[in-house]
Design a protein around this ligand. Structure first.
Ligand SMILES: N[C@@H](CCC[C@H](N)C(=O)O)C(=O)O
Length: 270
């Protein structure tokens, strides 16, 4: 099986091209691929499938030729992945499967429009964030109130008063399972001024990662909310680089670098 490896601000993915719908990505195989010692190592897998051949998203086929079938490193499925869709777009362009600077990608969370910026960065229209109210995360015995934001997938974005580097995110932070019955991605961020935040994230299904695109948008929404805003441009610094988030009245945009770094032949089997 052919594979490629890519990343967006060090949120890394194994890409499995599957134009003919022949690849069975079982949870066990995904977990093996993502294993950083016995596999290739990644935060997730992006299977590249034709939208019209993928029953769960086939209704998106008129707006997007390709479907990003995203899996977390533990093999679980997620609705959306912001860095994943940007890396997926980079793959489509490099492989000649898309040739224009704007196109759609089908995801379980709906079609995401992609734009290639003049400097090569990839921007994704992430849709309108949905704010559900407040909840609480606990990390290392400390409780942090935060905002429940849905970006297609669930997030709890919590402002902390201190630098985020001191947090222990090796373990699953606590959260309210009644609010998040399918789990949650938890962002801890330190707002710096009125348009910048430093963020760390513990992802559902993948543990701590060095970046999370949907999490960066959720963080921008929560940071803006603190000052009573719903719009604005935010620089979100993550462990693996810098992302830009634009919030406007109707939608949100996520921009940053996305790179393909390797290709090869996968020898793992389930
Ligand atoms: N890293 C992603 C989010 C991936 C999905 C997430 N772990 C979930 O289960 O919802 C991003 O860049 O958005």
């Amino acid at each position: 099986m052919r594979f490629l490896k890519g990343h967006g601000t060090e949120n890394d993915f194994v890409i499995l091209p599957d134009p003919d719908g022949e690849v069975d990505v079982s949870a066990a195989l995904v977990a093996k691929i993502c294993d950083r010692r016995a596999g290739i190592g990644a935060d997730g897998v992006l299977r590249v499938a034709r939208t019209k051949q993928s029953p769960e998203v086939a209704e998106q086929a008129s707006a997007a030729e390709w479907f990003m079938d995203y899996r977390n490193s533990d093999g679980s499925m997620a609705e959306m992945c912001g860095n994943g869709v940007r890396v997926f777009a980079r793959y489509l362009l490099d492989a000649g499967l898309e040739d224009s600077s704007e196109f759609g990608v089908a995801t379980r969370g709906g079609v995401r429009r992609i734009r290639v910026e003049p400097n090569g960065d990839i921007t994704a229209d992430m849709g309108r964030p949905v704010v559900h109210g407040e909840s609480v995360a606990s990390v290392g015995g400390q409780e942090y109130p935060g905002l429940h934001v849905n970006m297609g997938n669930p997030h709890l974005a919590c402002a902390i008063g201190d630098p985020v580097v001191q947090l222990d995110l090796d373990h699953q932070p606590g959260f309210d399972p009644a609010v998040f019955p399918t789990g949650v991605n938890i962002e801890l961020f330190n707002p710096v001024g009125t348009s910048r935040a430093v963020m760390r994230v513990h992802e559902r299904g993948s543990g701590e990662t060095r970046s999370c695109g949907t999490g960066a948008v959720a963080t921008a929404v929560a940071a803006a909310h603190l000052s009573g805003d719903t719009t604005g441009t935010w620089t979100i610094e993550v462990m693996g680089g810098t992302l830009t988030v634009i919030l406007d009245e109707d939608t949100s945009y996520l921009s940053g670098p996305a790179a393909i770094v390797a290709r090869g032949e996968l020898m793992l089997a389930e």
